[in-house]
Design a protein around this ligand. Structure first.
Ligand SMILES: [Cu+2]
Length: 123
């Protein structure tokens, strides 16, 4: 009987300690998951990049006022490690189209938005 009680006590203690340990371990793992969440900036990176404003100089090639799109032959963009290229941008505000006459060379700011890039300012 005495031995039986002792065993039960030991088992209880062990279980208690075990569950406490398991809980700590789980908390540790949650902490690690949060760390993984910090590693997640991999996933969030596009979002982070989305906040960045990039600058470029380009020549207006085409304007689609109805769609609020402009095609620009732009120079290298250091912040994106882009070479020169011709590509389409959306304009954030159609009023910007006033400054985007075909053939004009412009200095412009743009941001990543979803899968595309949006011109936010034109100088
Ligand atoms: Cu480009």
């Amino acid at each position: 009987m005495k031995n039986g009680k002792a065993v039960t006590l030991v088992v209880a203690l062990t279980l208690g300690a075990g569950s406490a340990f398991a809980q700590q371990k789980m908390e540790g793992m949650q902490g690690m998951d949060m760390g993984g969440g910090q590693g997640m900036p991999m996933k969030d990176m596009p979002m982070g990049a989305e906040g960045l404003t990039h600058h470029a100089i380009g020549t207006v090639k085409k304007v689609d006022a109805a769609k609020g799109m402009v095609t620009l032959a732009h120079g290298p963009v250091e912040s994106l490690a882009w070479p020169s290229m011709t590509m389409g941008f959306k304009v954030k505000d159609k009023a910007l189209l006033d400054k985007l006459a075909v053939g004009r060379q412009v200095e412009f700011d743009f941001v990543k938005e979803g899968a595309g890039y949006v011109v936010t300012a034109v100088r």
